[in-house]
Ligand binder design. Structure first.
Ligand code: GLU
Length: 486
């Protein structure tokens, strides 16, 4: 794939606003975004809201908000406008009606007056007789007079596409050659009697009208692609290049969905649990895309370098939350303070707002090594932003021995008298008190850490001292030295 800017590249992400953004959807959106950005093309978001009963504004907002959180900015869409809109299918109903009427006028589609009840009966009969439950063609051969008569009688009509008995072949950018044998698909509905289009029809009208050059979407739509290829020929538009991306699976290799409920499937759940957007994107991308080497984390910039549709695998991949956790921790452990502050805005303790920016960044960077998720920020930052510390059970145990309390009292005096307050100076002071009291290793460092932070794990002690500041260090050591045992 060349990286030459090619403004003819137009891709789209087309969510149905009937729920939240699924991790599979996020990956599809990411692949589309990468492809658009690599080629200097346009990334379009189209809202497929023709399922009026299930579509909600709230869902549309949630999906757009999650996409923005992931940093997958789009160039055209319902919230951004663009030259080939509107970008919400519910605002394009006239267009579907007009195209459907045109297809009828060409003899490529026909009005169908069969009712749902009639269709269901015939489908059941076909199944019972071992035939495919395709439309039986009742309205296919109606004369113009017959149609007019039924319409006059008040029978509502859908518009059905006339499928010719023909084999179809798709050259898919991921799956290679895919064959759809004749007879796989019966005459299908384009426009329901309610005037609402079916997915396949609206999709082709829109992908053609929005001049989509590449359709990168989930593999579950592959059977739809046969119908869509027929429709492209009917409307005399060259089809886009298709790339069907395999599914994301549960550990039992079933499709990962809300219903299976094993692992969180909503991007929002991972977001609220304190996962970093870049970590989620890197993890999801590598669930389908093989970089060709053994890298396990690829940044957005690296993906922009490496991504090609040809390197997307053909089989589904199992979602492993432990691996995602590992990627997330990697991002957290290597982030700058400023980056953590931006990612962690929703998690930061209120007290942090009054800390000046440089110190805030130092604090965040100081605790980053102990973060598994951003949700750990309040507890990790607590010792540094709260006035007093609360000892956890391990810290209490570390301060139990008489020697630990003597150590804290002696160190308090020493720190109070330091000519200059710095991490290094504190380190030397701890070592010199240790020598005096014949304490070293964990007998020396654990009680100090426990007194200063209320816990026995955390950033390096010199950094802790710098972050906590002299006055609070001295006060905390004094407190610890005065604790009664037990
Ligand atoms: N609205 C469809 C979905 O959410 C889009 C399918 C497509 O990309 O064509 O699955």
């Amino acid at each position: 794939m060349s990286s030459r800017p090619d403004s003819d590249v137009r891709v789209r992400f087309a969510p149905s606003p009937t729920g939240w953004l699924h991790v599979g959807g996020a990956r599809t959106a990411y692949f589309n975004w990468l492809f658009a950005r690599q080629h200097g093309g346009r990334f379009v978001v189209r809202i497929e809201d023709t399922d009026v009963a299930r579509s909600t504004d709230e869902s549309e907002k949630g999906v757009l908000d999650d996409l923005a959180w992931l940093g997958l900015d789009h160039d055209e869409g319902p919230d951004r406008g663009g030259p080939l809109g509107p970008y919400r299918q519910s605002e394009r109903l006239d267009l579907y009606r007009e195209r459907a009427d045109w297809l009828v006028a060409q003899g490529l589609a026909y009005p169908c007056f069969c009712t749902d009840a009639e269709l269901e009966l015939r489908r059941a009969a076909a199944r019972a007789a071992g035939r495919p439950p395709h439309y039986d063609g009742t309205c296919r051969g109606l004369s113009l007079d017959e149609r007019a008569g039924l319409a006059r009688a008040g029978r509502p009509a859908s518009i059905r596409f006339r499928v010719e008995p023909e084999d179809w072949t798709l050259e898919d950018a991921v799956r290679g050659t895919v064959r759809f044998p004749a007879g796989m698909v019966g005459d299908f509905v384009l426009l329901r009697s309610s005037g609402l289009p079916t997915y396949n029809f609206a999709c082709v009208v829109d992908d053609a009208g929005m001049r989509i050059s590449h359709v990168i979407r989930a593999e579950e739509h592959l059977p739809n692609t046969a119908r869509q290829l027929m429709l492209y020929r009917a409307v005399a538009v060259a089809p886009p290049r298709f790339a069907h991306v395999p599914l994301i699976l549960n550990s039992d290799r079933s499709k990962m969905s809300k219903r299976s409920g094993e692992v969180a499937v909503a991007v929002g759940d991972w977001r609220r649990a304190g996962y970093v957007p870049d970590a989620l994107l890197s993890y999801l991308a590598l669930l389908g895309f093989h970089p060709g080497d053994d890298r396990e984390i690829l940044s957005r910039a690296e993906m922009l370098e490496s991504f090609t549709l040809e390197r997307v695998g053909r089989s589904g991949s199992v979602f492993d939350p432990a691996k995602l956790g590992w990627v997330n921790a990697h991002y957290l452990h290597h982030a700058s303070g400023e980056q953590l502050e931006a990612w962690g805005a929703a998690f930061l303790p209120r007290a942090l707002a009054s800390v000046e920016p440089a110190r805030r960044a130092a604090l965040l960077q100081g605790v980053r090594g102990n973060l598994a998720t951003l949700a750990d920020l309040p507890s990790e930052l607590g010792p540094f932003v709260e006035e007093t510390v609360t000892l956890d059970p391990d810290a209490r145990a570390a301060l139990e021995p008489e020697t630990a309390r003597t150590l804290c009292g002696t160190l308090a005096v020493e720190l109070e008298g330091l000519a200059q307050w710095s991490g290094d100076a504190v380190k030397s002071a701890i070592q010199s008190v240790g020598r005096r009291l014949a304490l070293k290793g964990s007998a020396l460092f654990q009680p100090v850490r426990a007194a200063l932070t209320g816990r026995v794990h955390g950033p390096e002690l010199p950094l802790v001292a710098e972050l906590v500041g002299r006055d609070r260090c001295v006060a905390r050591l004094r407190n610890a030295s005065r604790r009664s045992p037990g």
